[in-house]
Ligand binder design. Structure first.
Ligand code: XLS
Ligand code: CA
Ligand code: CA
Length: 437
């Protein structure tokens, strides 16, 4: 395949940390074994169809700047055919084993619902063939339930049941497409599942509608034998002012409340965690301690901007903290690291897509290397273990096993006197972390 990126060699090589070649990996060495797995198996990188192949660089102030060769076509379907070929050529040259798409990224919306379904079927057939030719797999599929004006007031949470029905029919086809392509997961990101004002909104009812929608999706997946993992992707705002899937903790509460806890996991995106006022590693940890961290959208926001800038990650320390969570839960499992990220509007050449992904992959590879070593050396684990040691026997153990009461602890305090002050050693630990990065 050498149709859309003729100036890029067939495979981006690994040249090591001393290389100055921006078209080579410095840290991501796909076959290098870290612990029990290769880097490729640990990181399961994925290219996001919507940003990498469909984004135009348009913003509220200006016209598209990304004028890609694959958009020059006579019809929308022909454009989709060019785009899918560009996507597989890109992922193959980059060495990314996975890709992710929305139904409407892969195939254009038609004039009618039936025509949209026909378009999707045609494009799924082409994608399937390209998957077989290249060995590139589908990490997850999803449905775009936010772009079309019909979804202005939500999809499953829409006050109009007719729109709910449209969304259900659309998701039915998106799940079927994901199944046909052997997708390992299916993602629900509730772009318009939220509200602008309570003056016109019944919040409880809208959440019940969403829960019903998820149960119906599960029923359909079972019926067609789709065994991919269902994932919800939390995000606090944008486009809706208040989104129901605010953050990992909120989604876990929702899943518990509506009997969906056993069947869903979470897809955590860095930029969404920070928009919710958390760090990336916070939301990863909230999901992970419940055994619910299913997959990751690997990007970053801009600390100076309060919206979803979807940038490529460049901070190895952030990636180290993320990889510590992933390694401690035994890996990302069926999930992966999907670059839900786009180059800046001024980076409009095709080659910028390569620079961006290579840099993102290298940054996560550095995070993986550092996190693995930190765990091997037990530097942080030892400190944390020691910090909680008072609970492993003596009074702490008795508290946790239910043998103490407020009265007995009052007696303990009267006998023992005040507790000593113990430093949390944050700065020392930060300096240890950075010595590994
Ligand atoms: C938007 C979301 C979206 C989901 C898939 O902010 O990140 O791209 O990942 O619908
Ligand atoms: Ca995302
Ligand atoms: Ca985002």
């Amino acid at each position: 395949m050498n149709e859309f990126f003729p100036n890029i060699q067939q495979t981006i090589p690994f040249e090591g940390p001393d290389s100055k070649n921006p078209l080579a990996f410095k840290y991501y060495n796909s076959q290098q074994v870290i612990g029990q797995k290769t880097m490729k198996e640990h990181l399961r990188f994925s290219v996001a169809y919507w940003h990498t192949f469909k984004a135009s660089g348009m913003d509220p102030f200006g016209a598209p700047t990304f004028v890609r060769p694959w958009i020059n076509a006579a019809t929308p379907l022909e454009q989709a055919e060019y785009t899918v070929r560009a996507a597989f050529e890109f992922a193959q040259k980059l060495g990314a084993p996975f890709y992710c798409f929305h139904d409407r990224d892969l195939a254009p919306e038609g004039d009618t619902f039936a025509e949209s379904c026909k378009n999707l079927e045609a494009m799924v057939a082409t994608a399937k063939q390209l998957q077989e030719e290249t060995g590139i797999k589908l990490l997850w599929g999803t449905a775009n339930l936010f772009g079309h004006p019909r979804y202005a007031h939500g999809a499953a949470s829409n006050p109009d049941a007719h729109v709910f029905a449209y969304a259900a029919a659309q998701v039915k086809h998106a799940i079927a497409a994901t199944n046909e392509l052997g997708g390992v997961n299916y993602v629900f990101w509730g772009g318009r599942e939220g509200y602008e004002t309570l003056l016109n909104t019944d919040m409880k009812r809208e959440q019940e509608q969403m829960a019903r929608f998820f149960h119906m999706a599960l029923e359909y997946a079972r019926q067609i034998g789709f065994d991919g993992q269902f994932l919800i992707e939390p995000k606090p705002k944008e486009p809706a002012k208040h989104q129901y899937d605010f953050d990992a903790a909120t989604v876990l509460g929702f899943l518990r409340a509506y009997d969906l806890y056993d069947t869903f996991k979470l897809n955590i995106e860095a930029n969404h965690a920070t928009l919710a006022g958390h760090t990336f590693e916070h939301d990863l940890t909230v999901a992970s301690i419940d055994g619910k961290l299913g997959s990751i959208d690997a990007n970053v926001g801009d600390p100076l901007l309060g919206w979803d800038t979807d940038q490529f990650p460049t901070d190895p320390a952030m990636c180290t903290l993320a990889m510590l969570v992933v390694l401690k839960q035994g890996g990302i499992g069926k999930g992966g690291f999907n670059f839900d990220a786009k180059p800046r509007r001024g980076s409009f050449d095709e080659i910028d897509l390569f620079y961006a992904h290579i840099s993102g992959m290298d940054t996560f590879a550095r995070g993986l290397l550092a996190a693995h070593q930190i765990i091997e050396d037990e530097v942080l684990d030892e400190f944390i273990k020691e910090r909680y040691a008072s609970y492993t026997d003596g009074i702490g153990k008795q508290i946790m096993s239910g043998q103490e009461t407020f009265e007995s602890l009052e007696q303990y305090l009267l006998q023992q006197g005040d507790p000593a002050f113990k430093s949390g050693r944050q700065e020392m630990l930060e300096s240890i972390l950075h010595s590994y990065v």
